[in-house]
Design a protein around this ligand. Sequence first.
Ligand SMILES: Cc1cc2nc3c(=O)[nH]c(=O)nc-3n(C[C@H](O)[C@H](O)[C@H](O)COP(=O)(O)OP(=O)(O)OC[C@H]3O[C@@H](n4cnc5c(N)ncnc54)[C@H](O)[C@@H]3O)c2cc1C
Length: 380
Amino acid sequence: MRVLVLGAGFGGLELTSRLSEGLGDDADVVLVDQADGFVFGYSKLDVMFGRTTAEAVVHAYRDVVKPGVRFVRSVIRSIDPTRRRVETDDGPFEGDVLVIALGADLDPSATPGLLRAGHEFYTVPGSFAVREVLDGFAGGRVVVAVTSTPFKCPPAPSETALLVHDFLTRRGLRDRSEVALVMPLGAPIPPSPAASTALLTAFAERGIEWYPQRIVRRLDAERRVAVLADGDELPFDLFLGVPVHRAPQVVQDSGLCVNGWIPVDPLTLETSFPDVYAVGDVTSVGTPKAGVFAERQAAVVAEAIIARVRAEGAAAPYDGRGICYVEFGGGQVGRVDVTFRSGQAPTGDFDAPSDLLVADKSEFGTSRVRRWFGRDWVAH
Ligand SMILES: Cc1cc2nc3c(=O)[nH]c(=O)nc-3n(C[C@H](O)[C@H](O)[C@H](O)COP(=O)(O)OP(=O)(O)OC[C@H]3O[C@@H](n4cnc5c(N)ncnc54)[C@H](O)[C@@H]3O)c2cc1C
């Protein structure tokens, strides 16, 4: 069985690890990614706020050494889902099964003024660059804002606003600063009212202004104001934006997308093309765009492939569940356990911030690095 996996993010790394564990050399797995290494989304915030260094959070793909898996560093230029074949800068690759885990690309230039007058903190280079911007910031009005939907990791803008508050407090700049958070959602974490209440309380305690169900469409660089979709304006001295998300161009050109993302069967992650699956941010499966969902979807696809190779019965269906850690500032971490099932209202449980959860979050990263890269790692 030749399995071709496109993208070595949360989805691709989990999928190939499981295939290697389950099938070893019985499978011929090729994993293709254009990057040097993997960075956890939350590590971007850690670098931005000076909790660790850029070098410490990049997990090099050369460390992906697993039975049955070959990592190819290359740019994928075209995808033919009918033949399950791709063209890359290093030639063509084909699979009996093709899994697309290419994530969501970020397009900061799609928001007028963002690159000129503000900063985006969602790409690896963008978030790492914000660290120096913050170092040089003398205080003033900070706006943290989302510029389109959907966007990855819905709690991340809330976490960022709380960490900005901490940063300014540490630097003695909070008294002469204001922090505002602009979000398209009606609540910080809609499926979990308890988590949302805890975050709204944390914003209120810290004097963080909360603008729900709003979105920033453009920045006026001359006047230093963010213009919202409804025409309202928010002045800023420092603008930290979540840029527009899209499926990577190569996916859009493949004929797999409907309304910008790849539709999949919500229980099996199969696309409309035989033996072609898609997992994670590149899909419109109905879960938020977050690594924990991509990882669990990848596990379902891996189990289906393993069952097929072993000629066993059907694998368990996808359950839509994800457990996310949420930074509350002050070194505190909470946890939400949410489930998104097709055709049902999402549900969510919340564990209040605690030291135990700080350790849990650390173990979350450490355990993935151990499994995916075969080495030890301490987040910070
Ligand atoms: C600030 C921030 C904080 C976050 N915090 C969390 C968190 O705490 N928990 C959580 O679960 N999620 C978090 N996320 C979200 C998480 O990072 C993503 O949802 C997750 O990485 C998606 O996994 P994926 O496998 O779908 O795609 P990705 O991990 O994005 O992987 C896609 C891969 O495809 C590769 N690729 C794309 N196009 C090509 C091409 N043409 N050729 C070759 N390779 C290509 C990319 O290089 C990339 O490695 C956060 C995100 C951000 C920005």
